[in-house]
Write a protein that binds this ligand. Sequence first.
Ligand SMILES: Nc1ncnc2c1ncn2[C@@H]1O[C@H](COP(=O)(O)OP(=O)(O)OP(=O)(O)O)[C@@H](O)[C@H]1O
Ligand SMILES: [Mg+2]
Length: 256
Amino acid sequence: MIELQQVSKTFRTGSQAVHALHPTDLQVREGAVIGLLGFSGAGKSTLLRLINRLEEPSSGSVRVGGVDLVGLSQRDLRQARQQIGMIFQQFNLLSSRTALENVMFSLEVAGIDAASRRTRARDALAAVGLSDKEHAHPAQLSGGQKQRVAIARALATNPRILLCDEATSALDPHTALSILRLLKQLNRERGMTMVLVTHDIKVASYLCEQSVVLEKGRVVDRIDMQSAAPQSLLGRFFFETAKGWTDSTVLPQEDA
Ligand SMILES: Nc1ncnc2c1ncn2[C@@H]1O[C@H](COP(=O)(O)OP(=O)(O)OP(=O)(O)O)[C@@H](O)[C@H]1O
Ligand SMILES: [Mg+2]
């Protein structure tokens, strides 16, 4: 479903070059849920954003559902993006619009005809259990409810892939788990393929079959979550943190 080959990203600001992602391969089969783990600045968001071409790759190819996104015109890209939904840590809702209007707006951007937008937006809100909040503005919603609106917005175009960037990091554990359960349900019932950025091994363990560990823009581990046998120091550290921190917890990058 997703195939990145030797994809890299270098940001250039003035004379400075930041190698956010060195050439990287990533394959995600249809219906799989994959985690991207790593510390702050490791390149997780960059890698995720390369999948829907929110970032232009500096090199390499990005194929989604068999289509090479790199060569597409803006118009074809907009069409291709309909099969890729995305949610964020800070929800990114439009504050001046109601829940329903937020979802309808994404359908408008996707070029869905006006007549069917309202029905589709209502269906999407119902799917995340928020039918009673259609007319609420984001400020009147809790964090968990805002993330549900964001998920409804992502679902409304009926995507086959959902990209999640720290989607539960701003939520308390109870609310986070309810969102993760919703994501698991979407994966099981719709066969939705997911790529999930997180720094929380609990999130990856709950949802993902495989986790890719990034460090300074490079993949340093690919962990099968069932066997939970990380090969790298960093991978092991993530599993250690799930047990809680002690004074003897070894930091993988003492120099960081
Ligand atoms: N638009 C940009 N311009 C310049 N540098 C950038 C840009 N976006 C990201 N970077 C740099 O690329 C590197 C990777 O950033 P990225 O946002 O992918 O990290 P991350 O793993 O998602 O971190 P976090 O967990 O803090 O969100 C960082 O060094 C960052 O400063
Ligand atoms: Mg990030």
